[in-house]
Design a protein around this ligand. Structure first.
Ligand SMILES: Cc1ncc(COP(=O)(O)O)c(C=O)c1O
Length: 392
């Protein structure tokens, strides 16, 4: 029986710490829709300070935060936004900017490092003299760190260049900074410097920072005033929200300092996986807390099987498309969890499942048996076949 659980599905899976729970229990609260919650106000002013912007606004999620920002920048019908073809806003947010906001997305190829070529962004900006046919470009969106490229970081210099381009054409710049603290720590550059060129930025509190919920939007005072109205329209304004904000304040205090160690563990995990025959990690892509690995074809195991068989060991990961797996580090993963994960991946790749004493037992079985063993109900199958259970 495997009792250990190592949850690497995402950095969103963390549980509130004791200190967060105590802060939530004791939070000073009031009606935040009316603008009276003191804990929400404290969190918002702290986040505005960290992000170097005039004001900030707490919203329930990163998805809502991005939607509010895009819609606040694009209030005129026929607006178009330029964003990466692998950006979170474009791929994973239900197309909300168009389905809810009526904003037209224009994608530019994301490079492997999460950037978009500046010349391609410039080429994607619509010529206003042909507005009889074209939508009007109003906004450029960046994502830092860039989740789909493995949590890679956009430098302040690159962001400044995009900001200059935006200014040249009278456009706004938004940064989806769901993991901007990870980028800041990895680059050794303060958050406010990384987002200096942006007109709006979002930062998730419920990812690497480990708070149970919430994202903060930061920008100018007039921008945040408009964003606040949209938050209400979308149903994101909450009453005694200080209960959640209290945990987020603890997250800022307790967990920013742990991100560096998460990044180190990600590197150890990545190197370990890359040393396992049949698996491949692009080590250069591991800049923060996300690790992607590829399953080489020779291994003859799908991402679905690998994921299921790791689950049998209590190691939870995320299949990410054909022959690809994603693992995300967070403050509730220890060095020993990393070593355990590596040993489990090694075992699964060698065709061994929990409860199996020796690899040789497997190799004596017929191929069809082996196939059964490697599928989802593996642990049940093994027991049914009477193979001795060995505690891991
Ligand atoms: C880069 C990025 N942006 C935005 C989001 C959306 O955040 P939420 O899940 O809080 O809606 C995510 C979520 O994983 C993300 O990775």
């Amino acid at each position: 029986m495997v009792t250990r659980r190592v949850d690497l599905r995402s950095d969103t899976v963390t549980k509130p710490t004791e200190k967060m729970r105590a802060a939530m229990a004791n939070a000073e609260v009031d009606d935040d829709v009316l603008g009276y919650d003191p804990t929400a106000a404290r969190l918002e002013s702290e986040m505005a300070r960290i992000m170097g912007k005039e004001a900030a606004l707490f919203v329930p999620s990163g998805t809502m935060a991005n939607l509010i920002c895009v819609l606040t920048h694009c209030q005129i019908r026929g607006s178009e936004v330029i964003l990466g073809d692998y950006s979170h806003i474009h791929i994973y947010e239900n197309g909300g900017i168009s389905t809810i906001g009526g904003v037209h997305p224009r994608t530019v190829k994301n490079n492997e490092d999460g950037t978009m070529d500046i010349n391609l962004i410039e080429e994607a900006i619509r010529d206003p003299s042909f507005e009889i046919c074209y939508p009007t470009t109003r906004l450029i969106c960046l994502e830092n760190s860039h989740a789909h490229s493995g949590g890679r970081c956009l430098s302040a210099e690159y962001t400044d260049q995009v900001g200059e381009l935006a200014k040249k054409y009278g456009l706004k710049l938004h940064i989806d900074g769901a993991r901007i603290f990870n980028a800041s720590v990895a680059l050794g550059v303060p958050v406010h410097r990384l987002v200096q060129a942006a007109d709006s930025v979002t930062a998730c509190l419920s990812k690497g920072l480990g708070a149970p919920a919430g994202t903060v939007i930061a920008g100018s005072k007039p921008f945040i005033a408009k964003a606040k109205i949209l938050r209400k329209t979308l149903g994101g304004a909450m009453r005694q929200v200080g209960v959640i904000c209290a945990a987020a304040l603890v997250a800022l205090e307790e967990n920013v300092g742990k991100l560096e160690s998460d990044h180190k563990k990600a590197k150890i995990l990545a190197e370990g996986i890359n040393n396992i025959k049949g698996l491949k990690v692009d080590l250069a892509s591991v800049e923060t807390n996300i690790v992607y690995f590829d399953i080489l074809e020779d291994l003859g195991i799908t991402e679905e099987k690998l994921f299921k068989n790791l689950e049998a060991y209590g190691v939870l990961v995320m299949p990410e498309g054909p022959r690809k797996i994603r693992l995300v580090l967070h403050h509730q993963i220890s060095e020993s969890d990393v070593q355990y994960t590596l040993s489990c991946i090694q075992k699964v790749v060698s065709g061994r499942l929990p409860g199996e004493p020796l690899r040789s037992t497997l190799s004596t079985l017929a191929t069809s048996d082996r196939r059964d063993r490697l599928c989802g109900s593996a642990a049940v199958d093994i027991t049914r076949r009477g193979v001795a259970q060995v505690k891991l």
